[in-house]
Design a protein around this ligand. Structure first.
Ligand SMILES: Cc1ncc(COP(=O)(O)O)c(C=O)c1O
Ligand SMILES: Nc1c(O)cccc1C(=O)C[C@H](N)C(=O)O
Length: 403
């Protein structure tokens, strides 16, 4: 086929897929530029349309008029758990297993120490070589703090490592989705392999939450954390979440015993007695305005299941591959994201030695994406609002810029 025929066929397919899309209405739930393509949900999701008015109301009425009483009368005190449950629905957690607050970095530290304390006789933290910076730094720091060693192996070798050396591993700490390539790891299989060796697992869901069905309860995950400002669109610096399996909740001994996680926070006891259940995952005073923004942002997920969202996402990433095969491969440009549908998540990654320059040029053409060293371009295809036509435009623009 000639280039123009290929382009025409892809445009027809994109139009058909968009026409059949039963979730197309979700796009109206976001403020999005008309002529530009936003593919940076890998870092910051866009603003849901209902958030500004809810924030204005919260500030004027709850803070402005309700003042201190709003902690109880406006439901601020219960927000970490209430919003946690709302996130929980999207990560397969029953109510009472997820709490929201602080940053992912803080939650990782807390959860990793708490997880390691469940296996005091074991000396190793196991992790993939591909860890995101903050996860890597926290893993190393927790190891130093607790006198453990860190063993890092390639993701594909983790199962074998669990089989061979698992009896000395306290915790497997892993990201559900690789921040570079967008590869969705086998959370269910690795959690099973970890449990078979008596290992506790801690998953960082930052690049998977709101994109994929991760099924935390179904897969019996021990601990999970994640950020809410990417696909969950909670806003810049939105609070992170912590999930704790019901069977661990009463045994959790977290290293940041803040007063809001105390069983009787207002009794002002000298000794820390943790609250029951997920409330012991609370630390200090939560950032209420950010939490309320997140609470309303999550309404963008109302009325759809995470399975429907996952299927829509796979359609977008699958179409990206189709376009890449036709348009990028002939230019010698490789896709770094795995092809198998179950191994793809929210973003597609493309390799090119001039990634930085290409991303800069794409911005000038109205395509917003990001890059990660040394040579990766990342295109976050948010499953709530990206369209197949946008996917084709992105790939076409990459082709033109490179040419
Ligand atoms: C896997 C992963 N974990 C954690 C974070 C972020 O942690 P924090 O929100 O504390 O900066 C990111 C992105 O910044 C990430 O990609
Ligand atoms: N958290 C971010 C921020 O505050 C500014 C810019 C980017 C980010 C990110 O989330 C980076 C991201 N975790 C990554 O995968 O590279």
């Amino acid at each position: 086929m000639q280039d123009t025929q290929v382009a025409g066929a892809l445009a027809t397919t994109a139009a058909e897929l968009d026409a059949q899309d039963e979730l197309a209405f979700l796009r109206r739930r976001f403020h999005l530029p008309d002529e530009e393509v936003y593919c940076e949900s890998t870092c910051l999701g866009p603003l849901p349309v209902n958030v500004p008015q809810e924030m204005a109301r919260t500030v004027a009425q709850e803070w402005g008029r309700g003042l201190l009483s709003s902690w109880w009368e406006a439901g601020w005190w219960d927000a970490p758990r209430r919003v946690g449950d709302k996130v929980g629905r999207l990560v397969g957690a029953a109510p009472g297993r997820t709490v929201v607050g602080d940053s992912t970095t803080v939650q990782l530290f807390n959860a990793l120490v708490a997880a390691a304390r469940l296996r005091p006789e074991r000396r190793t933290l196991l992790a993939p070589t591909t860890q995101f910076t903050t996860v890597r730094y926290i893993t190393d720091s927790v190891a130093r703090l607790l006198g453990l060693r860190v063993r890092r192996v390639a993701p594909a070798e983790l199962s074998a490592a669990l089989g061979a050396e698992g009896d000395d591993v306290a915790v497997l700490v892993h990201e559900a989705v690789d921040f570079r390539t967008g590869e969705a790891h086998d959370l269910a299989g690795l959690t099973r392999a970890a449990h078979a060796a008596g290992v506790v697992c801690l998953w960082d869901l930052s690049h998977g939450a709101g994109v994929l069905p991760v099924g935390l309860d179904v897969h019996d995950v021990d601990f999970a954390v994640g950020c809410t400002y990417k696909y969950l669109c909670g806003g810049p610096g939105a609070p992170a979440f912590l999930y704790v399996n019901a069977r661990h909740q009463d045994a959790v001994d977290q290293p940041l015993p803040g007063w809001t996680g105390h069983a009787e926070p207002f009794a002002m006891r000298d000794v820390y007695h943790p609250a029951e259940g997920i409330d012991r995952g609370r630390i200090g005073t939560p950032s209420i305005l950010s939490m309320i923004a997140l609470e309303h942002a999550l309404d963008a997920y109302e009325g759809v299941t995470i399975e429907q969202i996952g299927a829509r996402g796979r359609s977008l990433t699958g179409f990206f591959l189709t376009c890449a095969d036709e348009l990028l491969t002939p230019q010698g440009v490789g896709v770094a994201t795995p092809r198998e549908p179950q191994s793809r998540a929210g973003h597609m990654a493309v390799r090119h030695p001039d990634a930085e320059d290409i991303i800069g040029r794409l911005r000038k053409r109205g395509v917003y994406a990001d890059r990660r060293p040394p040579d990766l371009m990342r295109f976050g295809l948010h499953p709530l609002f990206c369209t197949h036509r946008e996917v084709l435009r992105v790939v076409t623009e990459i082709t033109e810029v490179i040419a």
